[in-house]
Design a binder for this molecule. Structure first.
Ligand code: G3H
Ligand code: 13P
Ligand code: NA
Ligand code: ZN
Length: 331
């Protein structure tokens, strides 16, 4: 059945676990997530970006989610708008049956330019009022996702805010976080602590210099009852890099967020962990392998089924690592 983000994260907080939020763009990804959740009895957060909604089409995506919920009636499913860029995106998500929206007011509506704090508070507060009146949860974001290695932020088009932000401005300020949650009444707060979206987060195994988990600990000390969200939380596993490169891919060596660091976050109030890149890599590695080993193959099912299986396996691993196993039937 459908459930709000608030209800899911309240349960996760009460029982000391974290929930991966997996991005969806198509049927294979939706089935992979639900089959994984069913295998370990985990609650589900599925999220769609603006790009996903336009790729899959809102009506197709809506019917797909309806089907997934109907297929697994015993699994609580939160359907979440990832990185909403303004009230209109959040409102249409609600019209399409999403039970949670992210208003990402850390960026202007163009989703590229870093926004002022006052803009962020104002737009997030307005979305929260609107969403809560519809029984829908809200995630806000404070701070700028980006790399502490380069001191650069990150925009949706992949270009950094070079020169526009200094190193420390990328991290969420704990004092501001307290003020923001009070002013906006968000159900969950996404914070910036050195991660970025995509595969190229770190040029070496991250340490405290580039992955500022201490920021999470400090914010959790000040806001013990606020559900924290980690974006850019793919681990970019070495074995997936290797499979992709073994079968004709060209991904330069890179490092993501180690699962143990996410587990440390979960001990400090992190309840929602956004993962897209790892699933993209799992699917792509499986597809490359089939196409390389069977160059005569042209039935999409021959590579999409292994792709779905690879994503299912990864989703199960994260559900287990974050403590979700068996939680679905307890909600
Ligand atoms: O926020 C980033 C997610 O990985 C979604 O990416 O905007 O390419 O769909 P996307
Ligand atoms: P990754 O690119 O690390 O998977 O992050 C996804 C994300 O934060 C979606 O909002
Ligand atoms: Na989100
Ligand atoms: Zn994100």
């Amino acid at each position: 059945a459908r459930i709000t983000l608030r209800q899911l994260l309240d349960h996760a907080a009460e029982h000391d676990y974290g929930l991966p939020a997996y991005n969806i763009n198509n049927m294979e990804q939706g089935l992979a997530i639900m089959e994984a959740a069913d295998a370990v009895n985990a609650p589900v957060i599925i999220q769609a970006s603006r790009g996903a909604r336009s790729y899959a089409n809102d009506i197709v995506l809506t019917r797909l989610i309806d089907a997934l919920v109907e297929l697994y009636p015993h699994i609580p499913v939160c359907m979440h708008q990832d990185h909403g860029n303004g009230p209109a995106t959040c409102a249409t998500a609600i019209q399409y049956g999403f039970t949670s929206v992210m208003m990402d007011g850390s960026l202007e509506e163009d989703a590229k330019t870093p926004a002022s704090y006052d803009y962020n508070v104002d737009v997030t507060r307005r979305v929260t009022e609107m969403a809560h009146s519809c029984g829908v949860s809200v995630e806000g974001e404070l701070g700028v996702l980006g790399s502490l290695e380069t001191g650069m932020g990150e925009a949706e088009d992949g270009h950094g805010f070079e020169g526009k932000l200094d190193h420390s401005a990328l991290l969420t300020d704990p004092d501001q976080a307290v003020d923001f949650v009070k002013a906006t009444k968000v159900d969950a707060l996404a914070i910036a602590m050195g991660t970025s979206h995509g595969a190229y987060k770190f040029t070496r195994q991250p340490d405290g210099e580039v992955l500022a988990m201490n920021v999470i600990e400090e914010i959790h000390r000040r806001l013990p009852n606020t559900h924290l969200v980690m974006h850019g939380s793919s681990s970019v596993p070495q074995d997936l890099q290797d499979i992709i490169n073994q079968y004709g891919g060209q991904m330069p060596q890179t490092w993501g967020v180690p699962v143990e660091e996410i587990q440390r976050g979960i001990k400090n109030g992190v309840r929602k962990v956004n993962i897209d890149t790892d699933n993209r890599m799992a699917m792509t590695g499986a597809i490359r392998k089939v196409l390389a080993e069977k160059p005569g193959e042209f039935d999409p099912r021959a590579y999409l089924k292994p792709a779905k299986e690879a994503m299912r396996k990864l989703c199960i691993e994260r559900y287990q690592a974050f403590g979700c196993e068996g939680q679905a039937s307890k909600i």
